[in-house]
Design a protein around this ligand. Sequence first.
Ligand SMILES: [Zn+2]
Length: 93
Amino acid sequence: MYHCAGCGAVLFKSDGKYESNAPGLVGWPSFSEVAKDGAVELRDDDSFGMHRTEVICKNCGGHLGHLFDDQESKTGKHFCINSCALGFKKQDV
Ligand SMILES: [Zn+2]
Protein backbone atom coordinates (compact mmCIF):
# COMPACT_ATOMS: atom_id res chain seq x y z
CA MET A 1 0.00 0.00 0.00
CA TYR A 2 1.15 3.49 -0.77
CA HIS A 3 0.42 6.15 1.80
CA CYS A 4 0.47 9.92 1.77
CA ALA A 5 3.81 11.08 3.19
CA GLY A 6 2.03 13.99 4.84
CA CYS A 7 -0.82 12.32 6.70
CA GLY A 8 -0.52 8.57 6.15
CA ALA A 9 -3.81 8.17 4.28
CA VAL A 10 -3.95 5.17 1.95
CA LEU A 11 -3.75 6.48 -1.62
CA PHE A 12 -2.65 3.74 -4.01
CA LYS A 13 -2.28 0.01 -4.06
CA SER A 14 0.63 -1.88 -5.55
CA ASP A 15 -1.64 -3.62 -8.05
CA GLY A 16 -2.67 -0.22 -9.41
CA LYS A 17 0.96 0.48 -10.22
CA TYR A 18 2.23 -0.05 -13.73
CA GLU A 19 5.18 0.74 -15.93
CA SER A 20 4.57 3.54 -18.36
CA ASN A 21 6.67 4.25 -21.42
CA ALA A 22 5.14 7.66 -21.98
CA PRO A 23 7.81 10.19 -22.94
CA GLY A 24 8.95 12.30 -20.01
CA LEU A 25 7.17 10.13 -17.48
CA VAL A 26 9.55 7.19 -17.29
CA GLY A 27 10.92 6.67 -13.82
CA TRP A 28 7.98 8.21 -12.02
CA PRO A 29 5.71 6.01 -9.99
CA SER A 30 2.67 5.49 -12.21
CA PHE A 31 -0.73 4.31 -11.10
CA SER A 32 -3.80 3.48 -13.12
CA GLU A 33 -6.24 3.86 -10.25
CA VAL A 34 -6.49 5.08 -6.68
CA ALA A 35 -6.90 2.66 -3.77
CA LYS A 36 -10.42 3.88 -3.13
CA ASP A 37 -12.76 6.51 -4.48
CA GLY A 38 -12.28 9.86 -2.81
CA ALA A 39 -8.72 9.21 -1.68
CA VAL A 40 -7.46 12.00 -3.87
CA GLU A 41 -8.83 15.28 -5.14
CA LEU A 42 -8.32 16.50 -8.69
CA ARG A 43 -7.76 20.16 -9.38
CA ASP A 44 -7.09 22.14 -12.53
CA ASP A 45 -3.51 23.33 -12.69
CA ASP A 46 -2.60 26.00 -15.23
CA SER A 47 0.88 26.68 -13.92
CA PHE A 48 3.93 26.76 -16.20
CA GLY A 49 1.77 27.83 -19.14
CA MET A 50 0.12 24.46 -19.65
CA HIS A 51 -3.06 22.86 -18.53
CA ARG A 52 -2.72 19.83 -16.33
CA THR A 53 -4.76 18.10 -13.68
CA GLU A 54 -3.19 18.23 -10.26
CA VAL A 55 -3.61 15.31 -7.86
CA ILE A 56 -3.98 16.28 -4.22
CA CYS A 57 -4.39 14.21 -1.06
CA LYS A 58 -8.05 14.52 -0.12
CA ASN A 59 -7.23 14.23 3.56
CA CYS A 60 -4.44 16.76 4.05
CA GLY A 61 -4.34 18.69 0.77
CA GLY A 62 -0.75 17.70 0.06
CA HIS A 63 0.41 17.84 -3.56
CA LEU A 64 0.95 14.34 -4.94
CA GLY A 65 1.49 14.71 -8.67
CA HIS A 66 -0.51 15.00 -11.86
CA LEU A 67 -3.11 13.02 -13.78
CA PHE A 68 -2.71 12.31 -17.49
CA ASP A 69 -4.57 10.32 -20.09
CA ASP A 70 -2.63 7.21 -21.07
CA GLN A 71 -3.72 4.52 -23.48
CA GLU A 72 -1.29 2.07 -21.92
CA SER A 73 -3.14 2.23 -18.64
CA LYS A 74 -5.95 -0.22 -18.05
CA THR A 75 -8.20 2.61 -16.88
CA GLY A 76 -6.97 5.14 -19.45
CA LYS A 77 -5.75 7.26 -16.55
CA HIS A 78 -2.17 7.79 -15.54
CA PHE A 79 -1.55 9.08 -12.05
CA CYS A 80 2.02 10.37 -12.20
CA ILE A 81 3.01 10.67 -8.56
CA ASN A 82 6.04 12.22 -6.95
CA SER A 83 7.78 9.44 -5.06
CA CYS A 84 8.64 11.93 -2.29
CA ALA A 85 4.91 12.33 -1.63
CA LEU A 86 4.41 8.65 -0.95
CA GLY A 87 5.33 6.27 1.81
CA PHE A 88 5.24 2.58 1.08
CA LYS A 89 4.06 0.00 3.58
CA LYS A 90 3.97 -3.65 2.92
CA GLN A 91 0.64 -5.11 3.88
CA ASP A 92 -0.40 -8.74 4.01
CA VAL A 93 -3.56 -9.39 2.07
ZN1 LIG B 1 -2.24 13.43 2.99
